[in-house]
Design a protein around this ligand. Structure first.
Ligand code: HEC
Ligand code: HEC
Length: 263
């Protein structure tokens, strides 16, 4: 029964995928459409992407070419369904016409000059690996294309495409100011009273996996744990305020901005 359902669902998804492939979306260009697009953008998107689209918690949209949306159809599709596995939500509350209006408005950001980033990425990389000690907690893409680094903090291998320079700066000098939704400090109190504290790696109805701040993974059986405490405000990342010079910070940010998807 389940297998049959899976098959039917699979076939349906395949059909949808083929449909969206065929469908070329044409974006509106009239002043009214753009004004409506702006209203929708200000209501649903600017909180993450910034009033001028130059990013924040969300990606910088004020670029000549969007990394994930090379065509108008891709852009509309991303806005409609979001980007699975990231904080980019789907605009399921909008009808197709509204989605094309927002997309058309998003495209107007391309003419804004994106924030200039001073600093030298190569020198910043040296700070990242050396004085900053960032690799102890974060992964980036190594020379062999595989991720290298620790798992305590989020992966940074494409952070430059996802966050603005201003947000990156804030993350380094004031890490608790905005903690990504996907990072959750979690403590499990076991039946014997032992407390395990670290980053939640994954969880389901029965199990929870915590990566503790010493680097070990713990599989917790939820039924037998006495208590599970989540603190979305707590981070083990130290503030680098006053620990890096202004130049070192600029270089480090230039390095982070350079970390993008290489496809
Ligand atoms: C909760 C925060 C959030 C909201 C709200 C949000 N986004 Fe995003 N968006 C993101 C993040 C984060 C990314 C980057 C995802 C990634 O690639 O990892 C992103 C990526 C994108 C991209 C792809 C950028 C690229 O470089 O290709 C587009 C386009 C986009 N968002 C448009 C929108 C629009 C339009 C809206 C409003 C309808 C919106 N977003 C609402 C967080 C958000
Ligand atoms: C002790 C571990 C630790 C060290 C060392 C550390 N970080 Fe972090 N970092 C984290 C954790 C945990 C988070 C997620 C919670 C938060 O935002 O503070 C984080 C978040 C971040 C973010 C925000 C990611 C996002 O998606 O917005 C950036 C950027 C970042 N770190 C860069 C750095 C850089 C650069 C260094 C070195 C100068 C560094 N970190 C050192 C643990 C660490």
């Amino acid at each position: 029964m389940l297998r049959l359902l899976g098959f039917v669902l699979g076939a349906a998804i395949l059909t949808i995928a083929q449909d969206t492939k065929k469908e070329e979306i044409v974006l509106p260009t009239s002043a009214e459409d753009l004004a409506t697009g702006k209203k929708l953008y200000d209501g649903s998107c600017q909180l993450c992407h910034g009033p001028q689209g130059d990013g924040g918690k969300g990606a910088n949209l004020a670029v000549p070419k969007l990394a994930r949306a090379a065509t108008d159809s891709d852009l509309a599709r991303i806005i409609e369904v979001g980007i699975p596995g990231t904080e980019m939500p789907g605009a399921y509350h909008m009808v197709k016409k509204e989605i094309t209006q927002v997309a058309a408005y998003v495209k107007t950001f391309a003419k804004f000059t994106p924030e200039k980033v001073p600093g030298d990425p190569a020198k910043g990389r040296a700070v990242y690996l050396g004085k900053g000690g960032c690799q102890a907690c974060h992964t980036t893409t190594g020379a062999d294309g595989l991720l290298v680094g620790g798992l305590t903090g989020p992966d940074l291998s494409t952070i430059g495409g996802r966050r603005s320079a201003a947000h990156l700066r804030e993350s380094i000098v004031d890490p608790s100011a905005s903690i990504p939704d996907y990072f959750v400090d979690t403590t499990a109190v076991l039946a014997n009273g032992q407390r395990i504290n670290g980053r939640r790696l994954t969880e389901d109805t029965f199990y929870l996996v915590i990566h503790d701040y010493q680097g070990r993974n713990h599989v917790i059986d939820r039924m037998s744990a006495r208590e599970i405490i989540k603190d979305r405000k707590k981070t083990p990342m130290p503030s680098y305020k006053g620990k890096l010079s202004a130049d070192e910070l600029d270089n480090l940010i230039a390095f982070l901005v350079s970390l993008r998807e290489t496809k």
